[in-house]
Design a protein around this ligand. Structure first.
Ligand SMILES: O=C(O)COP(=O)(O)O
Ligand SMILES: [Mg+2]
Length: 223
């Protein structure tokens, strides 16, 4: 039986330049079991990717802070933005910039965490976050200020329950530290070749291929 998939977006369905790797789209569309896109990006991004790929909109966004399950029409909030906002407000007050320019589209639709550009200094952000009981996760694409209680894996458990699936039935594919929790709850896990150290260490298998080609290799292996 085809297993359900939990798939990261940036670094896993994309190429090195962050553009979606086109050959992954028909694979997602034709997958004969639920597909959950699980990303650090804000909710509109995975929802739009599902729309344009012709895939049912079942997604985990903001590293597990928000999830949507099309089949049950459930919109889940597993975190809240307020605490993360206080951290970045303090960061900005001390003279730093989030690094997204004057129209911050990265955080505009973000509801449970705040993302900071990797061009911005990390150390003061980590210090302020720790003072507020929060953490900073570096996905390789952005720094995410979030509650340590929120994770893609925890959200996947909530989504799986609504899909009437066991999280262990899932095959997870990802590339970075924010996928470790997904790898821990899924039954099988694959890190693409470009994955960071925490993802490589946690995954059952580190793939030979990188980026979108790595996802396609994972799919070949589970078929
Ligand atoms: O938004 C990020 O920083 C990373 O996104 P991803 O979880 O889809 O890789
Ligand atoms: Mg990623």
């Amino acid at each position: 039986m085809t297993p359900p998939l939990a798939v990261d977006i940036d670094g896993t369905l994309t190429d090195e330049d962050r553009a979606v790797h086109p050959p992954v789209l028909p694979v997602l569309r034709e997958w004969d079991a639920p597909v959950v896109l699980a990303t650090g990006k804000a909710l509109p991004y995975p929802v739009a990717l599902c729309e344009f790929a012709g895939v049912e909109r079942t997604v985990v966004a903001e590293n597990g802070g928000v999830a949507f399950v099309h089949a049950t029409d459930d919109l889940l909030f597993l975190g809240d933005r307020e605490a993360a906002q206080s951290v970045v407000d303090e960061y900005v007050e001390t003279g730093h910039d989030l690094g997204w320019g004057s129209h911050d589209l990265i955080n505009r639709w973000r509801e449970t965490e705040v993302a900071v550009s990797r061009e911005a200094p990390l150390e003061p952000l980590q210090r302020i976050a720790a003072d507020h009981g929060l953490e900073v996760v570096d996905t390789g694409f952005a720094y995410h200020v979030k509650s340590p209680d929120v994770s893609k894996g925890r959200a996947l458990e909530a989504v799986a329950e609504r899909l009437d699936r066991d999280p262990e039935e899932f095959v997870a594919v990802g590339d970075s530290i924010n996928d470790v929790s997904t790898f821990e709850v899924a039954g099988r896990s694959f890190a693409v070749a470009n994955a960071d150290e925490p993802a490589r260490e946690t995954a059952d298998v580190v793939l030979d291929a990188a980026y979108g080609e790595g996802f396609l290799e994972a799919v070949e292996r589970v078929r």
